[in-house]
Write a protein that binds this ligand. Structure first.
Ligand code: HEC
Length: 111
């Protein structure tokens, strides 16, 4: 029993700094590459980039990770709620920590 408690205490000590860390932008970029870039990347014919180019007509970059107006809240909303042909993403696909990293990555480009 004492050993178990000791293990738990050590685990908490080891994990706490990680839990308190700022969202991980490098991880955010990886999540973006994996789940979003197929539709939002710079390649021609991608549904996300095509739709956003038509909507903003040059007012904003069509490629999502070149935008400087995205907030953490906006990214979270679309990822969890979907829009048009964009699916929503479940927590089993993009977990909360990954979503925090992804949203921070996209919002970090704000001037
Ligand atoms: C299957 C293709 C597809 C995938 C995958 C996809 N999207 Fe989208 N996304 C779209 C399309 C298409 C739109 C534009 C919908 C419309 O016409 O309003 C869009 C719109 C958005 C918008 C709103 C932008 C705006 O200015 O209205 C955000 C934010 C967004 N996507 C984020 C993401 C993120 C983050 C991911 C990855 C987790 C992702 N999308 C994955 C297709 C996709």
């Amino acid at each position: 029993m004492k050993t178990r408690l000791l293990c738990l205490a050590m685990l908490l000590l080891v994990c706490r700094p990680a839990l308190a860390q700022e969202p991980d932008l490098k991880r955010g970029a990886e999540v973006y590459q994996y789940w979003c870039s197929a539709c939002h990347g710079p390649q021609t014919g991608t549904p996300g980039t095509t739709a956003l180019a038509a909507r903003y007509k040059g007012e904003k970059p069509a490629v999502l990770d070149q935008r400087t107006d995205l907030t953490v809240q906006t990214v979270r909303f679309f990822v969890r709620n979907a829009v048009s042909v964009m699916p929503f993403f479940r927590k089993t696909e993009i977990g909360d920590a990954d979503l925090a990293a992804l949203a921070a990555y996209l919002a970090a480009k704000r001037p």
